[in-house]
Design a binder for this molecule. Structure first.
Ligand code: SF4
Length: 178
């Protein structure tokens, strides 16, 4: 599938409620790929991933822990359209959107992937384990190394304890990139 045609995608019901298909941003040759769950309100309106408060926190942590900026990362989500009221994407929506993620994967040259939140962790690693058992542990799959961590929205809700865990998980990413 040509990733450019994702902008007109109607493969699932999220096409009826979205404003914008948020395909991804950043250089395809980025050393670090970041995968979240789905666009939120800001992203649906702005057309780019992680441009709201969650994104601000995420990229401040990435900058502090990895010395990288947003422009240094390829950033996308498991599903490319916002679920109504930011609900978790449904299994049929994730399945319908998977070919777009596969098309993106074929274009990446980086090999380290940070996943954000339980949905992205489970989809990308294939595990059904809870987040407390998944975060910070690299999983090699499809010739990529996935490091799950918490979603920055969880850090905004729950505060410093989650931020501390995210920093530790980013240290694992730092080790893989070095
Ligand atoms: S979520 Fe994915 S599969 Fe569904 S309409 Fe959007 S781009 Fe297409």
């Amino acid at each position: 599938m040509d990733i450019h045609s994702a902008n007109e995608c109607t493969r699932c019901a999220l096409s009826q409620t979205r404003t914008t298909v948020v395909v991804g941003s950043g250089p395809l040759h980025a050393a670090l790929i970041v995968i979240g769950e789905a666009p939120g309100k800001s992203e649906d309106e702005g057309g780019a991933p992680f441009i709201g408060r969650s994104g601000q926190l995420l990229f401040s942590l990435i900058n502090e822990e990895l010395k990288m900026n947003r422009e240094d990362c390829y950033v996308t989500n498991v599903v490319k359209c916002r679920p109504p009221d930011n609900r978790t994407p449904l299994a049929p929506e994730i399945a319908a959107c998977a070919p777009w993620l596969e098309a993106q994967r074929a274009l990446w040259s980086g090999q380290v992937v940070l996943t954000l939140g339980l949905t992205a962790a489970r989809v990308m690693t294939g595990s059904k384990a809870p987040m407390k058992d998944l975060h910070g542990i690299p999983v090699v799959r499809h010739n990529l190394t996935f490091v799950p961590t918490y979603h920055p929205a969880a850090a905004l809700r729950q505060g410093p304890s989650v931020v501390a865990v995210m920093r530790a998980d980013l240290a694992v990413v730092r080790g893989l990139l070095s």
